[in-house]
Write a protein that binds this ligand. Structure first.
Ligand SMILES: Cc1cc2nc3c(=O)[nH]c(=O)nc-3n(C[C@H](O)[C@H](O)[C@H](O)COP(=O)(O)O)c2cc1C
Length: 170
């Protein structure tokens, strides 16, 4: 079962989050997961995926303009409809808009006929609400993302298990 984690990233935080999600997916032993920037997504691979997770940095509490344009241009050609979907975000500050970013991505995914999944509270700790968030700035001076690593990995595991279940690859 193929899964893709697709992101926009200028300074590497969202790319790092995407790589952790893919690591969690691959760790289930039941997924071939790859992380792609919107600038170098393997389109054949994405079309064949059972699930796609999309992430963005918070830019003024919005997804990036590049990711927004990429989603508008790609949904049909990458056959998003019917796939399991998830969303994640990174931000510099607590309450820096990541939840709004995730909601916008989820909305675009639903408009394109995707089946959105977060794991939610179903599995207990860590409780992932709409999707995993990494805060890089005001938590620690250096590498603030590291403390969110487990959330991204666990989200990847939960997403891969659900994708396997609903696509008959379980
Ligand atoms: C133009 C711009 C706007 C930003 N706006 C916000 C914001 O509203 N809230 C916030 O917490 N961080 C904001 N940031 C910081 C980024 O969201 C944060 O550093 C993010 O992790 C960067 O992701 P990247 O390393 O994948 O590019 C902004 C950064 C840029 C460049």
């Amino acid at each position: 079962m193929k899964l893709a984690v697709i992101y926009d990233s200028k300074t590497g935080n969202t790319r790092q989050a995407a790589e952790w999600i893919a690591e969690g997916m691959n760790g289930t032993g039941n997924a071939e997961a790859r992380a792609f920037s919107i600038h170098d997504a393997d389109e054949d691979f994405v079309r064949e995926c059972a699930g796609v997770v999309i992430g963005s940095p918070s830019y003024a509490a919005q997804l990036t303009p590049d990711l927004h344009a990429w989603m508008l241009a790609s949904a049909k050609k990458l056959a998003f409809a019917g796939k399991l979907a998830g969303a994640f975000a990174t931000e510099q500050f607590t309450h820096g808009g990541a939840e709004s970013v995730i909601q916008s991505i989820l909305t675009m995914e639903m408009v394109n006929g995707m089946l959105c999944y977060s794991g939610g509270g179903a599995f207990g700790m860590p409780v992932i609400h709409l999707g995993p968030v990494g805060v890089n700035g005001n938590v620690e001076k250096h590498n603030g993302m590291e403390r969110y690593r487990d959330n991204f990995i666990v989200f990847g595991q939960r997403f891969a298990k659900k994708a396997a279940e609903i696509s008959g690859n379980g």
